[in-house]
Design a protein around this ligand. Structure first.
Ligand code: FES
Length: 145
């Protein structure tokens, strides 16, 4: 697979999750694991530009795909907007929030038309234990415009 622009040739056991491969084999610890069962979104990465929960994905299913983690997009205007709008506190969910927001904006024909309710609904797979949702929505709204 191609990870953050680099070709990676890897032998992987069929039961290894994409999250574990990225974190443990490739050292991409920006991929966070919160629940490890598809409920929190901390492990969100982009696969061929689509956001996925990497804890639920078997790495072997993504052979030949383009995988992008937060390390592959840094620095990004969304990260700067998150800082400006206090869209984080502890920061644990932030890499997943950033990847998910990038995917969200890419899914839209015209991101500028996204209203607050639409952003909240489409980011609902990414939980923030600190409750920084208002800042997260404000940051995404700013970048979408
Ligand atoms: Fe993957 Fe929570 S760690 S969704």
């Amino acid at each position: 697979m191609r990870v953050n622009g680099s070709d990676e040739k890897l032998d992987v056991e069929p039961w290894v999750s994409l999250a574990d491969l990225l974190r443990d084999r490739l050292g991409l610890t920006g991929v966070k694991k919160g629940c490890d069962q598809g409920a929190c979104g901390a492990c969100t990465v982009l696969a061929d530009g689509m956001r996925i929960n990497s804890c639920l994905a078997l790495a072997v299913q993504y052979a030949g795909k383009e995988i992008t983690t937060v390390e592959g997009v840094t620095p990004h205007p969304l990260q700067e907007a998150f800082v400006r709008h206090d869209g984080l506190q502890c920061g644990y969910c932030t890499p997943g929030q950033i990847c998910s927001a990038i995917g969200l904006l890419a899914e839209q024909d015209d991101p500028a038309t996204l209203d607050e309710a639409a952003i909240r609904e489409r980011m609902s797979g990414n939980l923030c234990r600190c409750g920084a949702y208002n800042g997260i929505v404000a940051a995404i709204t700013e970048v979408a415009r």
